[in-house]
Design a protein around this ligand. Structure first.
Ligand code: 13P
Length: 283
C-alpha cells in the first residue's frame, strides 16, 4: 500500500530531520515538472490537489494521469504519493479516498475546536477504513494580505486533545506561516513550533511554503516539520513562463510547453534540495 510506504517516509524524515515536499498541480506541465524534479533528485514527493484543482482535473482522472505519466517518464511509482489538499467537503474527500489517493487532508480549521474534532474524526474513520493517511488542521493559516491574529494561531495546549480525540497521522499548524506570497517578510513563531512539538509526535505540516525564506524552512525542519506544501510559486512560474512562451509565432503546444515544464522542474528541484529529501528513496 502506498500509504504504508508514505508513513515510512514520514518516520524517516522525522528521525533524520528532513521534510517531504507537497507540490500542488492542476495542469500536466506542472505535474511533469514536479515528477521530473523528483526523478532527478531521487526524492519522494507528494502531489497535492485541492478541491478546486481536483475538480478541474477530474477526481476520477487524477490517479490515472499521475500513474500513466510516471510510466512514460520512467519513474519509480513507489516514490510518488497523492494528497487531497484542504478537503472541506466529506463527500468529495471520500471520492479522493476511493480514487487511490495515498493521503487526504481534512481542513476544519475555521470551525470551533469541538466541531473541528467532530468533523476531523469523521474523516479519520473514512480514511482509516481504507488505509489512507490523514492530515488534520488546527489553527487558522491566513492568506496573503490577511492580518495574522495571534488568537487564531495553533495553541499548543489544544494539541493533545485534538490529536488523541481524532487519531490523525499528520497535523497542519499555524505558526506565522501564510498561504500565498507574503507581502512583507514572515515572522515565523519558532517558539510556538517548539511548544507544539513537545506535545506530540504526530507529523507536523508547514502550509503556505511559497515565498518562505530558506533559513526559515531549515529551522522549521530542525524543530520537527516533516512536510512542506508549495503551490503559489508553481502557479506563478507556470503563468509567467506560459505568457513568455506565447509571445512567439510557434503554435505547436508540444514545442511551446517544454520550457514551462523545465522552469517548474528547476523550482521543485531547488525546494527538494532545501527540504533535504534528495537521495532519500527507500528501496
Ligand atoms: P502556498 O500556495 O503558499 O505555497 O501554500 C500551499 C499550501 O499550503 C497548499 O496546502
Amino acid at each position: 500500500m502506498q500509504s504504508e510506504l508514505l508513513k515510512k517516509y514520514f518516520k524517516k524524515a522525522q528521525k533524520e530531520k528532513w521534510a517531504i515536499g507537497q507540490f500542488n498541480f492542476s495542469t500536466t506541465e506542472q505535474l511533469k515538472g514536479i515528477l521530473l524534479a523528483a526523478k532527478k533528485m531521487k526524492s519522494p514527493v507528494i502531489l497535492g490537489t485541492s478541491e478546486g484543482e481536483s475538480e478541474f482535473l477530474g477526481i476520477f482522472s487524477v490517479f490515472h494521469l499521475v500513474n500513466n505519466l510516471v510510466l512514460d517518464l520512467n519513474i519509480n511509482l513507489k516514490t510518488i504519493f497523492l494528497n487531497f489538499d484542504h478537503g472541506k467537503n466529506l463527500e468529495f474527500l471520500k471520492k479522493a479516498i476511493d480514487n487511490n489517493y495515498s493521503m487526504v487532508h481534512i481542513d476544519g480549521s475555521l470551525l470551533c475546536l469541538e466541531e473541528n474534532i467532530k468533523k476531523t474524526k469523521e474523516a479519520v474513520i473514512l480514511a482509516k477504513k481504507n488505509n489512507v493517511l490523514i492530515e488534520g488542521e488546527l489553527g487558522i493559516i491566513p492568506k496573503t494580505g490577511e492580518k495574522i491574529n495571534k488568537a487564531n494561531l495553533t495553541h499548543s495546549e489544544q494539541i493533545r486533545e485534538f490529536v488523541d480525540k481524532t487519531g490523525i497521522d499528520c497535523l497542519a499548524i499555524s505558526f506565522g506561516n501564510i498561504h500565498g506570497i507574503p507581502k512583507k517578510p514572515l515572522k515565523i513563531d519558532f517558539e510556538r513550533l517548539k511548544q507544539i512539538k513537545k506535545q506530540t509526535n504526530t507529523f507536523l505540516v508547514f502550509h503556505g511554503g511559497s515565498g518562505t525564506k530558506s533559513q526559515d524552512f531549515k529551522k522549521a525542519i530542525k524543530l520537527g516539520i516533516t512536510k512542506i506544501n508549495i503551490n503559489t510559486e508553481i502557479r506563478m512560474i507556470w503563468k509567467d513562463s506560459l505568457k513568455q512562451a506565447l509571445k512567439g509565432k510557434e503554435i505547436k503546444p508540444y514545442k511551446i510547453l517544454p520550457n514551462i515544464i523545465k522552469q517548474i522542474e528547476k523550482l521543485v528541484e531547488e525546494k527538494i534540495k532545501l527540504f533535504g529529501s534528495a537521495n532519500k528513496i527507500i528501496c
